[in-house]
Design a binder for this molecule. Sequence first.
Ligand code: M6R
Length: 614
Amino acid sequence: MCGIVGYVGKNPVLDILLDGLEQLEYRGYDSSGIAVKCKDNINVYKAVGKLKNLREELTPHAYEISKSTSGIGHIRWATHGAPTVVNAHPHTCNCGNLVVVHNGIIENYVQLKAKLEARGCVFRSQTDTETVAHLIALKYGETKDLTKAVALATKEVEGAYALEVMHNDEPDKLVITKRNAPLIIGIGEDGYYAASDIPAFIKHTNKAIYLSDNQIATLTPQSLKIQDENGAEITPKIEQLPWEPVALSKMGYKHYMLKEIHEQPDVIRNILVGKLHTSDSPVKLDEVKLTKENLKDLTRIQVIACGTSLHAAMIGKYLIEDLCSIPVDVEASSEYIYRKTVTDSKTLVIGVSQSGETADTLTAIKQAKEKGSHILIITNRPDSAMAREADSLLSVNAGIEVSVAATKSYIAQLTSFYLLALYMAEIKGTTPADVLKKLKSEMLILPQKIEQILANKEHIQKCARKYSSTRDFIYIARGINYPTALEGALKLKEISYINATGYPAGELKHGPIAMLDEIMPVLSILMKGSVYEKILSNSEEARARNAQMIALTNSDDSKLENLFDFIIHVPDVDEMLSPILAIVPLQLIAYYIAEFLGKDVDQPRNLAKSVTVE
Ligand code: M6R
């Protein structure tokens, strides 16, 4: 859950590394560091905190580094050892000749450390990574060949890693390898790049090679050699990346989160292209590789995910059960992997993940695969580890999401669940055609409706300002919008650090109502449909305890004026599709509150965009 970047070539390396790390800041941002080959030595520079601290640390050294054309960099989300300068990467061997950056976790580092200390290695940090630096250095002492040293050392390492290694005695050579962690090589005109993710080098090249587990690549300014774990040379597959560097700019918005919220109408439009043309034509989902017979044979569906993706999965359950009459269980991946689950070949297992890298979900998917289930992955990253496990791959195509708080990827996951449920319902014939037709025709106009909500954002901003000094926030809803309440609360918690909780409205009176008083805001998600009257009476119960009442509604019911202190209207919509509209004002409330409070919206404390540790 860190970001690594490296370069060997003809161009000055400093800006390449720093710009690359900036693009990887979503992976962690508690400390950072670089190692660059200078005249006689490899110099290491590190700083605690955001990347700007490293930039400041480097200012007095800019001249000595200016001619360097090879180096490696790291941005950290601490797992082993606190975020300090000593624990920041790159790590070095005893003499400082060998430098390493690492993403992942070395699981046998305690045993390795004991062995290495017995051989005279002196440890300075509390990290697992330092073991790798010493281990490769010892192997280098025996082989005098950096590639061989990395190959020998990694045979003794257990766990997950993407490694980039340089040695002072082999200048302008970068050796990289990986196991269960992403590592991609960028092929530039003037050199080679290596990074945890494409944004780190996309502005320099869109030609890339995805390194496979246990492969070792040796990069120099003029050459690239990839070997398998037995040393046999491999001819790599060079891919043309469909990425535009512009995707990584804020496009005039103050934060990526606000930009990404505004991209949501287009995200839905993009997903629907080729899949849903008109309300009269069937949904086309060629990505689903289950035959009609397979679909009919399914006895159940399990959906596994974490965080925001878990909330999308919960809405998926409502849709699939309602439209397809198949029982669906939704479970947090971290819970799924540590219990005996009833998963078999008649179970469809759906993994949902923006990043496609989340360790808990990846492990859960692998477990389900071993039990013979068909694995369907819904992800924003068709190039991810999870995508590679998929029997059916639904790529949500939301474009790169930079802000740690997921917004457009959530809308994209929801849209994909709607398409999947409609598709399966059409095949299974479980819902009358006129119901499906109405849903499809409403889906096609959802983007315009979101645009109407966004056009009304000043009103939502006023609501956010009014409640920005609150310490707690309650969201209530029922039915298909209960997950919307959970997601709205998660958004607020993660970027404003306000204690926000989502409840099924009917549960309020079973405990949470005790917390209500005249300063507690309660936001009711009141969408017209089967549970509207029920939520209304739950809202009255809350009002009777003097809570500050906010309504998020598509109703023009005049009763609401007396009951609520603040009303946010969204366009009218079918109840089943209402989660797609209801979440947008909640994203904006979270955004504006965090902004009023001066929080670091795109990079909230203690979080990282992709969580590659269990
Ligand atoms: O990449 P994933 O969708 O698997 O990530 C799961 C969660 O870590 C993620 O949704 C997290 O909760 C977000 N920060 C929510 O905004």
